[in-house]
Design a protein around this ligand. Structure first.
Ligand code: HMG
Length: 391
């Protein structure tokens, strides 16, 4: 049975800060941010957006009536969720109007959460071939103003419908994965911002990539020649290249040129959004599929997922006939074109805005946020969500 990605939606808040201006404000050579790190713009989430609304906005764009009837499992992958008990998937299920006889859960393992969701979805569909599963990778990445990690922040969500006979990518069953207890990046429940051992996290990312790649080759006899492209989890766009470079000498000149060229295309969206944690690998896949003009049905795309702490996985998918028609290219172009630049001061002010934690009531200015689904306020320690199309 062929199972895979039938639809991919993406949402990012409509405000961003420019990396050159951020570098200047931090007294850093802008080339460090734009070349050394490889980022151009960083999405900034207003207080009216959180992991729930980002995910719901990403899914809203792609779901039709049939999806709403057939989805019976919603998996919400996040590491910036809003509740230690209740799954963000339950809010998304409600905000989108998915039929009630569904399971709705949240999964967590740093940036690996959405990949875990996809693998669970495949198992569910193998047992229930008529089902469709909504997998969400949604996050707001926060390290703090003036930290080394600040340049690698971002905000956004990817929503994927997983089904049989998928129109975009059939996911192959071959996969290699690894878990090992490492403290490269973590966020204790009392902290709004992540703790990270930056250099160590880079090393672990590469070590995990090499481990799962060697495992995959040994298990399935794979070579670089099998892959038209390899997409990476991208905390910043230089990171995937550091890992890819480690294996390029295993291929021919043609393999090297093809993989590097496709890698560049796979980083375009991530460069102007930043790290969206769980969604980053799938944003990179989206960037590759929507911006490449030389991919064709049957091409094999490798996928490297890494979630600090850490879990890594290498797996692959095959592009399907007519996959371009199943993408929302025009919508994503418009989403990027409509964004507004914030000054560094404005970004810092937005960054410091938080919702009350003392049970008090607040009403937020949702008219200032063009997103269809927003956090409208807070009351009795409950977030009040709104889908403007239902008003
Ligand atoms: P840093 O100390 O500010 O930067 O931290 P650096 O001094 O290492 O410089 C970065 C690069 O810029 C270097 O290149 C410099 O040479 C270059 P590299 O050696 O790496 O190739 N550079 C310049 N280039 C051009 N012109 C210049 C210039 N100056 C310097 N003038 C770091 C950087 C990424 C560590 C930091 O931003 C950080 O801690 N970020 C957060 C952690 C992170 O993103 N780790 C990635 C791997 S872990 C992961 O992917 C998981 C994660 O997504 C979380 C999850 O799973 O949930 C993070």
């Amino acid at each position: 049975m062929e199972i895979g990605i039938d639809k991919i939606g993406f949402y990012t808040p409509n405000t961003y800060v420019d990396m050159v201006k951020l570098a200047e404000a931090r007294n850093v050579d802008p080339a460090k941010y734009t070349i050394g790190i490889g980022q151009e713009k960083m999405a900034v989430a207003p207080v009216t957006q959180d992991a729930v609304t980002l995910a719901a906005n990403a899914a809203l764009q792609i779901l039709d009536e049939e999806d709403l009837e057939k989805i019976d499992l919603v998996i919400f992958g996040t590491e910036s969720g809003i509740d230690n008990s209740k799954a963000g998937a339950v809010y998304v299920h409600d905000l989108l109007g998915i039929q009630p006889h569904a399971r709705a859960i949240e999964v967590k393992q740093a940036c690996y959460g959405a990949t875990a969701g996809i693998q669970m979805a495949k198992g569910h569909i193998a047992l229930n071939p008529e089902s469709r599963v909504l997998v969400l990778g949604t996050d707001i990445s926060r390290y703090g103003i003036g930290t080394a990690g600040e340049v690698t922040q971002g905000a956004g969500a990817v929503a994927m419908v997983i089904s049989t006979k998928p129109r975009i990518l059939v996911l192959e069953n071959e996969s290699a994965y690894l878990t090992s207890e490492v403290m490269d990046f973590w966020r204790p429940i009392y902290s709004e911002t992540a703790f990270v051992d930056g250099k160590y996290s880079n090393e672990q990312y590469i070590a995990f990539f090499l481990n799962v790649w060697e495992q995959y080759k040994a298990k399935y006899g794979a070579t670089l020649a099998d892959f038209e492209a390899i997409c990476f989890h991208l905390p910043y766009t230089k990171m995937g290249m550091k890992a890819l470079r480690e294996i390029l000498d295993q291929g021919s000149q043609a393999d090297r040129e093809r993989l590097v060229a496709h890698y560049q295309t796979s980083t375009s969206y991530n460069k102007i959004v930043g790290n969206i944690y769980t969604g980053s690998l799938y944003l990179s896949l989206l960037s590759l599929l929507e911006l490449s003009d030389d991919l064709k049905a049957g091409d094999k795309i490798g996928l490297f997922s890494y979630g600090s702490g850490a879990v890594g996985e290498f797996f692959a998918g095959r592009l399907q006939e007519g996959f371009r028609e199943a993408l929302a290219i025009a919508e994503h172009k418009a989403l990027f074109a409509d964004r507004k630049e914030l000054t560094v001061e404005e970004y810092e002010a937005v960054f410091s805005q938080t919702l009350p934690t003392d049970g008090s009531t607040v009403t937020l200015d949702i008219a200032a946020d063009p997103a269809v689904i927003c956090v409208a306020g807070m009351e009795d320690n409950k977030r009040l969500y709104i889908n403007k199309t239902n008003e």
